[in-house]
Write a protein that binds this ligand. Structure first.
Ligand SMILES: [Zn+2]
Length: 294
């Protein structure tokens, strides 16, 4: 059940959204069989054998974003972009920002710096070939740029990108870190060669540090009022919140894979009510792509 405050009239998208703060809307384009939680069950060499369905959620998402006049950042997996170039063109044509989500969804902290560089360069090369001429950002699978893999930032900058949207809420608030921030808004850090890189962290609740919200399984699991409260609290302080979703989260009829209970819960919880919940979010808050907050 979605809990909404019935007493207050629903704002329309023509009215100014809460406190005038533009939040960030990001979408990771991957198919349901490519997620990190299923990696041990489905090796990337087996991806070809699965029915592709990402377009079902993506189509719905593109339509609702158009109807609300919202632009978002779509971080695209290179493997999918190569197989379905028309979808890259379609996202681009509608004026959304396109970013890099790696070639085949490997966690950055499991790669060597050289492997990571090849992965980013290969994906960027393909996206440019497909007509994306303003690539600015990178999102690692599963927010996997960790304390041990911060070398990734030098490589991201070297490749010509301006920001990374891969910091896990586990590292925030980030006391005694170079970005020392007490909020999940966009951060700036200086990297090896003295250049600046913008960081867009995964949002955490304004209470109980390090508890992620406003994206993926957290968005589906928490009641809508909690997400709305959290975003409002941050927006009251002038802090934008980064929301992240995946096309498969808007495809409630996707095949159910047999995986262990915790993985199954994480992937399938509340899939059936996610479209409605997400529509409420677009109604209640103002969103834009990462590029607008650089
Ligand atoms: Zn992903």
């Amino acid at each position: 059940m979605i809990l909404t405050d019935k007493k207050q009239p629903e704002p329309t998208h023509l009215q100014p959204k809460f406190n005038g703060v533009t939040n960030i809307l990001s979408v990771d384009i991957e198919d349901y069989y490519q997620v990190e939680g299923f990696r041990r069950r489905i090796d990337h060499t087996a991806w070809e054998r699965y029915e592709s369905r990402f377009h079902l959620g993506l189509e719905w998402l593109l339509q609702i974003l158009d109807s609300k006049r919202v632009k978002a950042t779509f971080f695209i997996l290179g493997w999918l972009a190569e197989k379905y170039p028309d979808w890259v063109a379609e996202i681009n044509r509608r004026g959304h920002e396109i970013g890099v989500h790696g070639w085949r969804h490997r966690r950055v902290d499991l790669l060597s710096p050289e492997e990571f560089r090849r992965d980013v360069e290969k994906t960027m090369g393909l996206l440019k070939e497909l007509g994306v001429d303003n690539l600015l950002g990178h999102r690692a699978p599963s927010f996997s740029v960790t304390r041990q893999s911060q070398w990734a930032w030098d490589i991201i900058r070297d490749c010509g990108l301006k920001y990374d949207a891969s910091l896990s809420a586990k590292f925030f608030p980030a006391k005694s870190e170079p970005w020392t921030s007490d909020n999940p808004g966009p951060q700036f850090t200086q990297i090896g060669n003295g250049e600046k890189l913008s960081l867009f962290p995964q949002a955490y609740l304004p209470v109980f540090d390090h508890i992620p919200f406003a994206g993926g399984g957290y968005f589906r699991l928490y009641p809508y009022w909690l997400t709305r409260w959290g975003i409002r609290r941050w927006n009251q302080k002038g802090v934008p919140v980064m929301v992240y979703v995946h096309p498969w989260e808007f495809d409630p009829d996707q095949p159910r894979l047999k995986v262990n209970l915790s993985r199954s819960f994480k992937h399938y919880v509340n899939l059936d009510m996610n479209r409605e919940k997400f529509a409420h979010l677009l109604q209640d808050f103002q969103f834009g792509p990462c590029r607008d907050l650089l």
